[in-house]
Design a protein around this ligand. Structure first.
Ligand code: DGY
Length: 321
């Protein structure tokens, strides 16, 4: 008889990660890689010891309350855990883990891509060529914002924020930031710390959001705070859509208060507000910040290290609940 623990794997994972799961556990894979309904997930969890989850799963209090008693761990393949009701998991004694530290490079790369794409009107240019509508050139054609030497403001100076700052220094950008705690001088590396978002925003030619989605950061970038940005600023978000008041962002993009936005994350993904795609001054990506082969392997293995630890009775490295 196979005595390996049963583990539900909610989405398709890299081959090597699924290989390790197959070797060590009795995995219930999602070969079709479709989003399970709440009821399906609960049913699949019957007799299982753990769930390897993703940010697309909605592990709300009602779902967690209905999980079988056999579930001991939700090992997320994500750094963000806003899709899990941590309080409900704690109440039921289910450990929850995430994957910090392994996706900073990939996410910072996408931040720079968004920054450049938004500043240099890449989406507009691409669409013009693909539509066969590029028919002239002049010195006033598709003029954008130059990033070199500009001020980059970062809200959330964790690992992703710090790598973004390092990459942006390659464009001679000066770095300003707001974080819950000021960084020590070696990590700050000359960046200017601002104690509040309000103090930071007037110094941002470009604003990059890298803070976690927690109740305190919900709609952090709202109309009042957008008004504090310099006219013609650019906003970039690779964190979570819930950090931004999207109606206020769209209004500022329409009015010209903001020159452009580069967005990889949205409210209600993948059914995002259609206004984003209608605006010409947006550069949009479908939540691919960590989507590189290297990083998805690293995230998967880190999630499995956490899963292994909990199921072996050890403290996991990345426990969030
Ligand atoms: C994360 O790790 O939080 C990314 O957004 C992918 O889920």
């Amino acid at each position: 008889m196979n005595s390996k623990a049963i583990v539900v794997v909610s989405r398709k994972l890299p081959q090597a990660v699924e290989g390790r799961l197959r070797h060590d556990y009795n995995p219930r894979f999602n070969d079709e890689d479709r989003l399970y309904t709440k009821d399906e997930l609960i049913e699949l969890a019957s007799g299982a010891a753990g769930i390897v989850a993703c940010h697309t799963d909605r592990l709300s209090a009602d779902v967690i309350a209905r999980l079988p008693d056999t579930i001991r761990v939700i090992a997320n393949v994500s750094v963000g855990v806003d899709h899990v009701d941590l309080h409900a998991a704690r109440e039921r004694g289910i450990a929850v883990t995430n994957t910090p530290g392994v996706l900073a490079d990939a996410t910072a790369e996408v931040t720079i891509l968004l920054l450049l794409g938004a500043a240099r009107r890449a989406s507009e240019g691409e669409r013009l060529i693909r539509a066969g509508e590029w028919n002239s050139w002049s010195p006033s054609f598709m003029v954008g914002t130059q990033l070199t030497g500009k001020r980059l403001g970062i809200i959330g100076m964790g690992q992703v924020g710090q790598v973004t700052a390092r990459r942006a220094r390659g464009f001679d950008m000066t770095i300003h930031y707001h974080n819950r705690r000021r960084l020590p001088p070696d990590l700050e590396a000359g960046a200017t710390y601002h104690e509040t978002p309000e103090a930071l925003l007037p110094h941002c030619d470009v604003l990059a959001l890298h803070c976690p989605a927690i109740p305190e950061t919900q709609r952090l970038l709202n109309a009042e705070r957008i008004a504090l940005l310099p006219d013609g600023a650019i906003v970039v978000n690779t964190a979570r859509g819930s950090i931004v008041d999207e109606a206020a962002l769209i209004a500022a993009l329409r009015s010209g208060k903001l020159a452009a936005a580069g967005l990889d994350v949205f409210d209600n993904e993948p059914n995002i507000d259609p206004a984003f795609a209608q605006l010409s001054n947006t550069f949009l990506l479908p939540h691919i910040g960590s989507a590189t082969r290297e990083t998805r392997d690293a995230m998967g293995f880190r999630a499995l290290d956490n899963l292994d630890a909990v199921l072996a009775g050890r403290e996991p490295r990345d426990r969030v609940a």
